[in-house]
Design a binder for this molecule. Structure first.
Ligand code: KG4
Ligand code: ZN
Length: 347
């Protein structure tokens, strides 16, 4: 079976084709293309929805054409498309294109929740260095715990199998990536700030600021990162000259605070629910320090649980993860009933 995936929830326009046999445990990516309007948003320090949607319109056909190169659309069995969460204007570009293709070529559509896409990035076979810790324990097994850390979301999800899942908790305010991006803006770093914060932090070895770690020991699986931004702003106001060393120190301490919380809560859930795998997903998961600190703590706690992290191109928004999610949760729908749901979450 071949599935064409389409992802346009935010500022990336992505199309991909995946292939898998019915009983496959992972999917193979045949093509994967992403166009991004990020450069435009860097100038404004954040995404302007209207601008993102207009860029989606520009890119959608060329990106799908590129993904289909060497494959006939007639050989595609289904079209997977992100229906939410995301920006309404951006979502509609992908959805209306998928509907049109579905109508013309008589292909079923499988609507996909973008958040599940981030989890299913781990079910891609051609992930390089995907399994980064305790690899001797084998491939992904259920029950598993998935941590989604992106620009818009921070969620912990327990999955007993592909269809049986439970949302354990999420952020009460800012997402992990958002904490990075907002701090980046305060420090004058380019948007999105995550990669730059990772780079600057790599030159530091001391948690100089030791920022607060909200909800670290709370009895739930909730997160709260908006207070960090305020704590950082207070420190910035005290600084007379913001040189590179000070900026890097702030970045490092921010990373430490966010990662300590993410790791503590994820591993607490892993222990409580006796999971057999831990999966990370979303743009923040491409951070090498996060991966390393996860590995270290899994080792410290002597947990015999493998950790899976997709390779970078499958952590950030892409369409291969959307097609992969559709393959494992195959629910065909007619183009007539597919709609965008910007507020879509976990039921
Ligand atoms: O998953 P993603 O591409 O888009 C959303 O669905 O939100 O995630 C984007 C987020 C941004 O907040 C960005 O700053 C963050 O991921 N990010 C990183 C890194 N690369 C991207 N955060 C920390 N370290 C990174 N290397
Ligand atoms: Zn995303």
């Amino acid at each position: 079976m071949k599935i064409l995936g389409i992802e346009t929830s935010c500022d990336e326009t992505a199309a991909a084709i995946i292939q898998a046999d019915k009983s496959a445990k992972k999917v193979k990516v045949l093509s994967n293309y992403v166009a991004t309007s990020l450069a435009l948003h860097s100038k404004t320090g954040g995404i302007i929805p209207e601008v993102a949607a207009r860029e989606q319109v520009k890119y959608i056909i060329p990106v799908i054409e590129k993904a289909l190169e060497g494959n006939s659309i007639k050989d595609i069995d289904a079209i997977a498309v992100t229906v939410g969460p995301g920006l309404i204007g951006s979502l509609l570009v992908g959805i209306e294109t998928a509907k049109t293709l579905s109508y013309i070529y008589k292909k079923p559509i499988i609507p996909v929740n973008h958040l599940f896409g981030h989890i299913y990035a781990n079910f891609i076979e051609n992930n390089l260095e995907s399994r980064v810790h305790n690899s001797e324990l084998g491939d992904i097994k259920f029950p598993l715990i998935a941590l989604i850390v992106s620009g818009g979301h921070t969620d912990l999800v327990l999955m007993k199998n592909h269809r049986d899942y439970k949302w354990l908790g999420g952020t009460r305010d800012d997402a992990a990536g958002e904490a990075f991006d907002k701090t980046g803006r305060l420090l004058g770093l380019p948007y999105p700030a995550g990669p730059e914060i990772e780079k600057l932090s790599s030159t530091v070895h001391n948690d100089y600021y030791n920022f607060p770690k909200p909800l670290l020991d709370s009895n739930d699986y909730d997160f709260s990162f908006s207070g960090l931004k305020t704590a950082i702003l207070r420190e910035i106001q005290k600084v007379k000259v913001m040189d590179k060393i000070t900026t890097s120190n702030i970045c490092y301490s921010l990373q430490e605070a966010v990662f300590k919380i993410l790791i503590a809560k994820t591993l607490k859930a892993a222990k409580q629910y006796k999971v057999k795998s831990i999966l990370l997903g979303g743009g923040v998961a491409s951070n090498q320090t996060l991966r390393k600190e996860f590995e270290l703590e899994i080792g410290n706690l002597k947990l015999k649980i493998p950790l899976f992290v997709p390779e970078k191109r499958f952590c950030t928004d892409n369409a291969a993860m959307i097609a992969a999610a559709a393959f494992f949760n195959y629910k065909e729908q007619s183009w007539k009933v597919i709609t965008a749901n910007p507020e879509l979450y976990f039921d």
